[in-house]
Design a protein around this ligand. Structure first.
Ligand code: PMP
Length: 304
């Protein structure tokens, strides 16, 4: 069972989570016309009266942009203000995940985005490790990621997650932990809910923004951290066979943080991963307010 935070934001007010309910006729449920964000919150290990949020402004900006694809004008500062108030009302004492969501809330039928009621809600739940931090096995999916010309891939649009769901279940039902999806050009672009990186000959390589990826905030932070360490970063398409012979492969995301890949189909990857470990150590230290670098990436919400 999930441990939900007791208070949600729903229909412009804070209400008990159990009372935040939608109708079976809700438009977005039928047409996939929602968009969401996903942030981790943790109590500051040095000060339990303070909650740490990683790159809050970037998350709010991305959700505001996703809302634009749905013809919903929701400014990033409004999202930020609601999230901060949401945390102050809930006062969580554990690691949690925040799910802000915008959607067509109308009860009428017919797919469209104009002349239709929309709503914005926020709820949260306790979240520990999303994937095993020791590493995961992956299957390259027979399902491909959508193309940008058929889907606004720069938004976290709920309907897009049908491909992720098909791919993840295909992977798990065939004995793997996670799926890697190809784009329409046959390049590996991301996992079901994570970006992908590989290390070859000391260089960090990740699909570029024109490879049909979600513009991951963790991805962007890792690129900055790699440059900080002097690790060369190359952003380009990645072939499946390059991944199979890579020195290190890892997945990145808000929920997954940096998760090593230990196996792709029947190929084992090296167990020693110096660059993955270095980047993960730094990223986790920053998110936990244990590092003096990149302090501006950590937003601190006071609880009193
Ligand atoms: N790709 C997809 C499809 C995702 O759902 C996510 C999770 N939001 C990511 C990548 C990683 O993005 P972020 O680092 O911003 O969480």
């Amino acid at each position: 069972m999930h441990n939900f935070l007791p208070i949600a934001y729903f229909q412009n007010q804070f209400v008990p989570f159990a009372e935040a309910k939608i109708s079976i006729a809700t438009h977005a449920l039928h047409y996939g016309t929602g968009a969401f964000g996903g942030l981790r919150g943790i109590p500051d290990p040095n000060n339990p009266q303070q909650i740490l949020l990683f790159r809050l402004d970037e998350h709010c900006k991305r959700l505001s942009n996703s809302a634009r694809f749905l013809h919903f004008d929701l400014p990033a500062d409004k999202i930020q203000q609601v999230i901060v108030e949401f945390i102050q009302k809930n006062k969580p004492t554990f690691s949690f995940y925040i799910r802000p969501f915008v959607y067509t809330s109308d009860l009428g039928i017919a797919p469209r985005l104009h002349n239709i009621e929309k709503d914005f809600f926020v709820y949260g739940l306790e979240l520990g490790d999303y994937l095993s931090p020791d590493g995961v096995s992956c299957r390259v999916s027979s399902w491909h990621r959508q193309e940008d010309r058929s889907f606004p891939l720069r938004g976290k649009i709920s309907g897009a997650y049908i491909a992720s769901s098909l791919a993840k279940t295909e992977a798990v039902e065939s004995g793997f932990d996670e799926a890697l999806l190809m784009n329409s050009q046959g390049k590996i672009c991301e996992a079901s809910g994570m970006n992908v990186f590989m290390v070859r000959n000391g260089k960090l390589i990740t699909p570029s923004y024109d490879q049909d990826i979600l513009e991951g905030i963790t991805r962007n932070s890792i690129v900055t951290l790699a440059e900080h360490f002097g690790i060369p970063v190359i952003e380009r398409g990645i072939d499946k066979t390059e991944l199979l012979i890579a020195d290190e492969v890892f997945l990145s995301g808000t929920a997954a943080k940096i998760t090593p890949v230990k196996q792709i189909e029947n190929y084992q990857l090296p167990k020693v991963r110096p660059i993955t470990d270095k980047l993960r150590g730094k990223l986790v230290a920053i998110t936990e307010n244990r590092d003096s670098d990149y302090q501006d990436w950590v937003y601190k919400v006071p609880l009193n």
